[in-house]
Design a protein around this ligand. Structure first.
Ligand code: PCG
Length: 153
């Protein structure tokens, strides 16, 4: 929809490879507004809640082991059609299918090490659900984006 919040998370592979700043820069440069960010080692129970839809998949255990293997950077970004804008910038889930110029298309090779997670725009409640898993409401910052008048009609 119009002005909305979307959940994005930099994964342990990207953290270890020093790609945190690069991913954040791409989203900032696009004009998206950063309203929440933290660095955490994700507790296993929270990882299982975050990936609950994949509980029965054969790759679930590997996915939980990977996402808890090192620091992650959960973030909330705001903007016009933010969910779709971010999905488009991140590229297809499988890096082999991700276009060059996208985050995964530029930085990843393997489906199980795909640098970043973003809420699925085809899953209606995904943003709200994932933001609530990783952030308290008072951790999301309300402020004026100074260049909004040059980003939006
Ligand atoms: P993400 O974080 O967008 O959502 C679920 C993740 O599961 C996905 O990115 C992939 O990293 C991972 N994933 C999806 N399919 C497979 C698979 O077949 N094998 C493995 N190892 N991981 C997968």
């Amino acid at each position: 929809s119009d002005h909305e919040r979307t959940f994005v998370m930099i994964k342990p592979d990207a953290f270890a490879r020093g790609l945190v700043g690069n991913v954040i820069s791409r989203l900032e440069d696009r004009g998206l507004k950063l309203v929440g960010i933290k660095v955490i080692n994700m507790p296993e129970e929270r990882a299982e809640e975050h990936y609950a839809e994949h509980t029965d998949k054969p790759f679930f255990d590997d996915l939980i082991e990977f996402i808890t293997a090192g620091p992650v950077v959960p973030m909330v970004w705001e903007g016009q059609d933010a969910t779709r804008q971010v999905r488009q910038m991140i590229g297809e889930t499988d890096p082999l299918e991700a276009d060059s110029g996208t985050i995964r298309g530029d930085f990843a090779l393997d489906l199980g090490r795909n640098v970043v997670h973003a809420a699925d725009h085809e899953d209606e409640g995904a943003n709200e659900r994932e933001i609530a898993i990783h952030f308290d409401e008072d951790e999301l910052i309300d402020y004026d984006q100074h260049d909004a008048g040059w980003l939006y009609e």
